[in-house]
Every structure is written in structure tokens, then in C-alpha cells.
Write a protein that binds this ligand. Structure first.
Ligand code: FAD
Length: 483
């Protein structure tokens, strides 16, 4: 694959960004376009490793050495077909995936891995630039109807798969626009929303119907849905926010990350003219509690608002820069991650637990109290370090503590089970205890990643198609359907 010995001759190149001072001026994506010749060179680093661990590292089973080889040989169009054969939306994963494929790249044992994600993003963008990506309508219709509840990446991937084999698909979304967390969680500086619109336009042209502002269980009753559709997919995400049950958590100035980010995404989309003060970080001392993607997005957004200072608290210990012996290749490396938002300005504090929020007499937040902790790496339990209490002044706290599972009203109305992790229960065929009701994405696996949501949407589609037709030709990870 690629160029024999290419990995010995060529160094890894990462995507380049606009300087921080420029990118903080607005909410646009700030990556610089890579030269095609440079990318062709980068794909030459993919070596003939024999067992490409990247295949299994990727939840979609992307055929990475194959598209690298095609890019190296300047066959971008063919590379696009290979990429699309396993991934409905490389434009999302190519921008946003933490790239477990790169963590398991064999070259990574001795050298920086192949820049797989960068190559993926450029294959898909080359496809859109050249208008190679066209709607593909099914040749015939089966007469079966499938309702998809939720239009995040899981629901969108399932809609495209199931439509491709001729079922009539209606996607119901309770928000005013399609996309799930891609639309109202992830900020534009990571994913401009015209990237979602561009893809949804194609899905519509393929024949998929989208109904926004429809909250299933509230605006459309379950009985109606069951009567009109032969199968239902629940892909409603993991939307129950985790709270911090400590004194002062109801003070003005303590906000949930998703409320803050949704508000900002609507502001950037001109749905709101100006920021509500509670969601405006301008000239405020902001503390973001919780790391992860959500915390990082709150840091980037606060800096774009013009916050006076941004601090990030993490309960866990500061990870090392390199893998330790209990976390070897090809597993996901639990090492220090520095995102583009971290680079834009934040003070990161580790092993720290927030004990209480402090307010003034008007119930406005003016600070918080913390204690340092010692985290036991094997059990995850932590002990407070005596006499380590500290008061931090702040005007705004953003809680980025993750989600505890899907909201229960819909599963309850559909009479499907919730498991002991708080997620919608299904068997290995993504089927709930009701034969005609399936589930996929964060509501099934718990809060996760876009690449997993797409993968779940594709896998569930295979099982829905098989349920409707007795067999299915839809591809699955590492297989090509039943035939
Ligand atoms: C701030 C933030 C940043 C993130 N950044 C990244 C990242 O950089 N990379 C990455 O890989 N992952 C990231 N993630 C995780 C990723 O976004 C999710 O794993 C993914 O979106 C889950 O997809 P999903 O389709 O399962 O659900 P969602 O994207 O949550 O979509 C579910 C949809 O269902 C709708 N819905 C719910 N109930 C109903 C109902 N009753 N009727 C109609 N519609 C309903 C919701 O409105 C929503 O639109 C991030 C998450 C957050 C919160």
C-alpha cells in the first residue's frame, strides 16, 4: 500500500490552523487547506503492514490502506467511493473524530501514525468540490415505511442506509433543524453548519422526508406512529444532563454546557440577535468544570465571547504525554490531549473537586470552593487532600459533566426497557423488546462519538431491513450483508 518505504522517507504533517488571534475573531472553521501533493505524499506513509489494525480501530471499519493507496496514486474519485462504502458522512468524522484509527495505526509503534483523518477530510471535500457526490435514489420502493426518531448522526446514517434499499423513510426531529448534537452541541468553529445542510440536501433529494419541530410522544402520539410505520428506530441521543449536587448550584451564573452551547449555536445561526446575559462570557471570569469535548467547546466559545479568563477543572489526574505500560498500542491512548480550544487560552487544573458555589446577597455567583484530590487509578475513587481548600473568584461556571442517558418519556411511551446503565435496552440486533422497534446511537450505547453513532445507525439499518424483508444486502462492519 502507498509507497514502499514511504514511511521512512516522509514525516507526518498535521492540519494547519489560522493563528489564534485571527480565529478568535469569529466562529468559522479555522483550518487551512492542505495541498493535494502534500496529502498524496502523506498517504504514501501508509505502509504494507500486513494486518491493518486501523480497520478494527475504526468503529466503521473504514478501508484505510485502500483509500490511502488510491490517494497516493492520485485516484481521488476512487478513494471517495472506498470511503463512502463504509462511512456515510466522512465530512463529519474527517473534522471531528478523535481518530481511533490513528491510535491503532501500525506505524504508530515506531513513528507518528499516518494522518488518516486529514486524508479522509480531504477526500470528501475533493468529492464535494468536484460535484462527485450526487443523490442516489433507490431503483424501486419496497412499500415499507420506517420512522426514525432523532436526526443526529445515528438517525441520519440509518435514514440513508434504509432509503438506499427502497424503504420510505421519515425522520422526526424535535428541534427546529436537523443534525442533533452536530447542529446544536458542536460549535461552528469545529463544524460549520452549512456542512450539515449540504448533506441533508442530498438526503432529501434521495427521497428521505424530514419533519422538524415534531417531538415524538408529545406532538405525534405513539399509537399513530405505530399504525403508520412498519418499523421504528429510536436514535434520540443521550440528552439527560449530569448536575453537580453541591451547595449554590442554583446561583445565577451556574450554567449547563449544553444550554450555553445551544444558545451560542443559535446566535451564530442568526436565530438569536444578541446573547442573553446569562450565556454571555464577555468580560467574565469563567470556570468550565469537566474536560472532554464538551468542556473544550465551552472554552473555545468563551474565548470567542471575550472572557476575561478561562479556567478548566478536571477531577482526574493529569495524564502523561506518553502511553504507560498498562495502556499499550493499539489501544486508545489515555494520554494528555490538547485541543485547538485549549491552545486558544485556558488554565487547566487537574485533580480538583468543586465543593460549593459562593454567591452574593442577590444570589449571583461570585466564586467557588475546591479541594484537591488524589485519584486512585485502578478504582477511579478519590480522596480529598486535607488542608487543600481554595477559593476561586468567578462570574460564570459552565458545567460540562456529560450526560446520564436518554430522557425516559419516549421509551416509556413506546414500552421499551431502559437498562441498568440508563440506556435503551436492545439485543445484539439493535432490537428492543418490541420486535418492530430498534435503537441506535448515544441513546443505546451512552454518550459516545460521532463515528460510533454512524456505525450504530448502519448496523441497526441492516437489522431493520432484515426484519422487514427477511434478509438484507446492506453492508455491516467487515461484511457485505447477507448475499
Ligand atoms: C458539545 C459536544 C461536543 C462533541 N464533540 C464531539 C467531537 O468533537 N467528536 C465526536 O466524535 N463526538 C463529539 N460529541 C459526541 C457526539 O456529538 C455524539 O456522540 C453524537 O452526536 C450522538 O449521535 P446520536 O445520533 O446518537 O444523537 P444526537 O446527536 O444527540 O441526536 C439525537 C437527536 O434526537 C432528537 N430527539 C430526542 N428526542 C426526540 C423525540 N422524542 N422526538 C424527536 N426528536 C427527538 C434530539 O433533538 C437530537 O436532535 C460531542 C458531544 C457534545 C455534547
Amino acid at each position: 500500500m502507498g509507497k514502499i518505504k514511504g514511511f521512512k522517507e516522509i514525516d507526518r504533517i498535521d492540519e494547519k490552523y489560522l493563528p489564534v488571534r485571527d480565529r478568535l475573531k469569529n466562529y468559522k472553521e479555522f483550518t487551512l487547506t492542505s495541498k493535494k501533493s502534500e496529502l498524496e505524499n502523506q498517504s504514501a506513509r501508509c505502509m504494507d503492514c500486513g494486518v491493518p489494525f486501523c480497520h478494527s480501530g475504526c468503529p466503521l471499519g473504514n478501508l484505510i490502506p485502500d483509500f490511502n493507496d488510491l490517494v497516493y496514486n492520485k485516484k481521488w474519485r476512487e478513494a471517495l467511493d472506498v470511503l463512502h462504502s463504509t462511512n456515510n458522512f466522512p465530512e463529519f468524522t474527517g473534522r471531528l473524530c478523535p481518530a481511533p484509527c490513528e491510535a491503532s495505526c501500525v506505524l504508530g509503534i515506531i513513528d507518528p501514525p499516518v494522518s488518516i483523518e486529514l486524508i479522509e477530510k480531504n477526500i470528501i471535500e475533493e468529492g464535494f468540490r468536484n460535484s462527485w457526490i450526487k443523490p442516489v435514489k433507490p431503483l424501486s420502493r419496497t412499500g415499507k415505511k420506517v420512522a426514525i426518531i432523532g436526526s443526529g448522526p445515528a438517525g441520519l446514517a440509518a435514514s440513508q442506509q434504509l432509503n438506499s434499499v427502497g424503504h420510505k423513510i421519515v425522520v422526526f426531529e424535535r428541534d427546529n433543524k436537523v443534525g442533533g448534537l452536530l447542529r446544536y452541541g458542536i460549535p461552528d468553529f469545529k463544524l460549520e453548519k452549512n456542512i450539515i445542510d449540504r448533506r441533508v440536501k442530498i438526503l432529501k433529494e434521495e427521497g428521505i422526508e424530514f419533519k422538524c419541530n415534531v417531538n415524538i410522544g408529545v406532538d405525534i402520539l405513539i399509537d399513530d406512529l405505530q399504525k403508520k410505520f412498519d418499523a421504528i428506530l429510536i436514535s434520540t441521543g443521550s440528552t439527560k444532563k449530569r448536575f453537580l449536587n453541591i451547595p449554590g448550584n442554583d446561583l445565577h451564573g451556574v450554567e449547563q454546557a449544553m444550554d450555553f452551547l445551544t444558545h451560542n449555536n443559535k446566535f451564530v445561526d442568526n436565530q438569536i440577535n444578541s446573547h442573553l446575559d446569562r450565556f454571555n462570557a464577555k468580560d467574565k471570569n469563567v470556570i468550565v468544570i469537566g474536560g472532554g469535548d464538551t468542556g473544550s467547546d465551552c472554552i473555545g466559545t468563551s474565548n470567542r465571547h471575550g472572557a476575561s479568563s478561562v479556567i478548566n477543572f478536571e477531577l482526574s489526574n493529569k495524564p502523561g504525554k506518553k502511553r504507560n505500560s498498562s495502556n499499550p498500542w493499539p489501544y486508545w491512548p489515555f494520554t494528555l490531549k490538547t485541543t485547538s480550544s485549549h491552545q486558544e487560552g485556558v488554565s487547566r487544573e487537574w485533580s480538583i473537586l468543586t465543593k460549593k458555589f459562593i454567591g452574593d446577597k442577590h444570589n449571583n455567583l461570585i466564586g467557588l470552593q475546591t479541594v484537591n484530590v488524589e485519584v486512585d487509578l485502578t478504582t477511579g475513587e478519590f480522596n480529598e487532600i486535607p488542608n487543600s481548600e481554595k477559593i476561586w473568584d468567578c462570574d460564570m461556571v459552565i458545567l460540562a459533566l456529560g450526560f446520564t442517558g436518554p430522557e425516559e418519556y419516549l421509551p416509556n411511551m413506546l414500552e421499551v426497557d431502559i437498562n441498568n446503565k440508563g440506556n435503551i435496552s436492545s439485543n445484539s440486533d439493535y432490537q428492543t423488546k418490541k420486535n418492530n422497534i430498534f435503537t441506535a446511537g448515544d441513546c443505546r450505547r451512552g454518550q459516545s462519538l460521532i463515528v460510533w453513532a454512524i456505525s450504530e445507525g448502519r448496523e441497526a439499518s441492516y437489522h431493520i431491513d432484515k426484519y422487514l424483508m427477511g434478509k438484507s444486502n446492506l453492508p455491516r462492519k467487515n461484511s457485505h450483508g447477507d448475499l
